[in-house]
Design a protein. Structure first.
Length: 258
């Protein structure tokens, strides 16, 4: 392994922190996703785990999935691997919390959205900018309407704009908002000592399954459908390929609207 993901065991293993460890961007490339998936599978054996934390090394959570891996011949494998993380989190059934500073974009935001709890500091900037590249965000297309309603989800997904931590809080996405990274870490520690550590790990796993029954059912049933929409239809268009190419070539896209 290349240590693109690092693991810390906290509170005698009751809390596990996985850190995306490729600053500054913490891009979710194939190597990082493979390491993250391996950790998630291994965590199934750790019955004492009461909370899984996801965070990013350095100033940012993640700029998202590797754009180089979005090109047409690599997109099917990339999406299968990325979406495998969501299925692994469903199967793990452990409470999850994202601790976010700085940029949290694209696939990075989707990973954070998958968590039960979202903690931000005021440096956080979130967004699903895929539409600006001529593509869309499959997991977020399913998760956001469930979490914030269709109207706000449409705004996030169809404009691609970046929004602030305060806006995320107003949308109802945020469990806790803190002034800076140090306050975020100490505040989450205080929160989990009060709300998570006193509870049974077994009970928490069953409660996650119960509380997320409809959420997981929809994601499990429909993520393959939106993945097929992306791979089989979207990537057959000129504009999806032009959007990715123009980003990699650092130029403005030339849309043909087809």
């Amino acid at each position: 392994m290349s240590d693109k993901v690092t693991m810390q065991s906290l509170y005698d293993g009751q809390v596990v922190r996985l850190t995306l460890n490729a600053p500054k961007a913490n891009v979710l490339d194939a190597e990082m996703m493979a390491e993250l998936h391996a950790f998630l599978v291994d965590l199934r054996k750790k019955e004492e785990t009461k909370l899984l934390q996801l965070t990013g090394a350095g100033d940012h959570f993640s700029f998202g999935a590797s754009v180089q891996e979005h090109v047409r011949d690599r997109a099917p494998g990339m999406l299968r691997q990325f979406h495998g993380l969501f299925h692994a989190l469903i199967e793990l059934a452990v409470p999850t919390a994202a601790l976010v500073s700085g940029q949290c974009l694209g696939g990075g935001m989707e990973l954070a959205l998958m968590c039960n709890f979202l903690f931000l500091d005021r440096s956080a900037k979130l967004g699903q900018p895929e539409i600006n590249l001529g593509v869309f965000a499959p997991p977020a297309s399913l998760i956001l309407p469930l979490k914030i309603g269709q109207q706000k989800a449409d705004e996030v997904l169809l404009t691609g704009r970046t929004f602030t931590a305060e806006e995320a809080e107003a949308m109802g996405l945020v469990t806790g908002l803190f002034p800076d990274r140090d306050a975020l870490l100490s505040g989450v520690d205080e929160w989990l000592m009060k709300n998570i550590l006193p509870k049974s790990a077994a009970a928490l796993r069953f409660a996650v399954r119960a509380a997320r029954h409809r959420f997981n059912e929809l994601l499990s049933a429909k993520l393959g459908d939106v993945e097929a929409l992306y791979v089989d239809h979207l990537m057959a268009t000129h504009d999806a390929n032009e959007g990715i190419a123009s980003f990699l070539e650092r130029r403005k896209p030339v849309w043909k609207n087809c």
